[in-house]
Design a protein around this ligand. Sequence first.
Ligand code: SF4
Ligand code: SF4
Ligand code: SF4
Length: 472
Amino acid sequence: MVGNITAIFIMFTLYYHPIRGKSKILLIRRESDRILSMADKFKLSYYLTIVPTGDEYLIAQGITARFLRLKKKLFDEVCRHLDKPGNPEVEEAKRRLRGMEMIIARDKDEQELIRFYHALGLKSFDYHSCFNILLTFKCNFSCVYCLQNENASTISKEVMDKALDYLFDHARKNKLRKLSIRLAGGEPMLCVDEIEYMVNQVRARCRESKMVPEFVLVTNGSIFHPKIGSLFRDRDDLHTVQITLDGPKAVHDKRRPFKGGGGSYDRIVENIPRWLELSRYFSVRVNIDQRNYSCFPALLKELGGRKGKKIVIIPAPCSEGYGKGEAKEDLVSKKEIKDLIDNCAALAEKMGLVIEKGAFDRGLKCRTCCCEASVPFPTQIGPAGELGCCYWEMENKEKCIGSVFSGIDNKRAAFWRKYAVLNIEKCLRCKHIFFCGGPCPSRFARGLPVDTLCGDRFREILEENPKNYGSS
Ligand code: SF4
Ligand code: SF4
Ligand code: SF4
């Protein structure tokens, strides 16, 4: 007990010590290892998922969110020598397992460990360097599943200046070296002048602060303005352009028509070479549900066969509860998306395309997006300067957690904090608590189903793709 308290005290002291990033984590691990090596009774952590793969075990620790691969024989020996010395190889393996909290002191309270690693995770958001700026909620499309309202607000110069002050203040406080800005909407290409202002300001401020700027454009792909070409041509800072195509022409045009009617497919495809020329990565998101599931191969055939830079295809499952035209029976499961990707792998390769699996796997998270909503950390800035942590809730003022003018409103933030993984009983007992990080707070708050990876699904994913997960 005394050992535990000392360990937690030292770990927190080190944690708040002004050393940053990885070196601090290493120091904490080393100190925790030293303290644990003084204990004499050990156990395997409850939060382990152990998956046999060939002559090895793939071991996942749900609190530290780390993986280790170990020869089966060696792991069995370790288990036999938990409380007594083994040969040097066994002792070395025990040291590694202890360092990842896979072996812990027998009297250790793992709930304390969860709170500690949760605090560590929260703190790490201070170093967050990637922000979404929603320049407008206006859009020239009328997609069947869009959840945005007819909100016509567009960012002003005053808001952009204040947003930049906010971002660079954050960057200075946290000694960031890079700032990654995602320009999104609505449709951001309706705000070409604003994009130009924002990009030039970010570049100038980064130059002054010796930081590296990086931009991502998330657009429906229908508008390409020559100003955008001049802004990014011969620069290396447009990291990614992401457009969306939901299938071949006939299917896409039904799902993503222009406002007022008319298909958008031809216009988008015509612009693809321009985007390819400007950006380091060019990706096509495909929102998939039962209605366009079977058209995915046809889209690959239409997009494939281009020379030069490869197009990255991102198949993303549509989410129930978002959008006007979505019904539960239209949804596809993660398994169906995985099958689709597997079945199309050879075709994609033949067509010279890359399929990105991240959007359905999402690093084993029970969410449709990678967000910081339950932390809650504001990674989204809206057109009126709203600070929010959920992209989909930015039009709902009540769900935003502050503004670039007045900072974070703790009362509003408390709404999201309620859904932090630490406050969900089921998650506290879940063996992959921090691989997942808890359910989507927005869905949870609406009472929608959130448990797509809960239960044995995590183990199944590891069993299906053991090669994807190495020692970390
Ligand atoms: S392009 Fe995006 S913002 Fe515009 S209607 Fe479609 S989903 Fe909504
Ligand atoms: S709260 Fe949910 S819907 Fe909102 S950004 Fe996060 S995962 Fe996506
Ligand atoms: S949402 Fe499900 S999978 Fe995620 S931590 Fe909670 S119980 Fe585990």
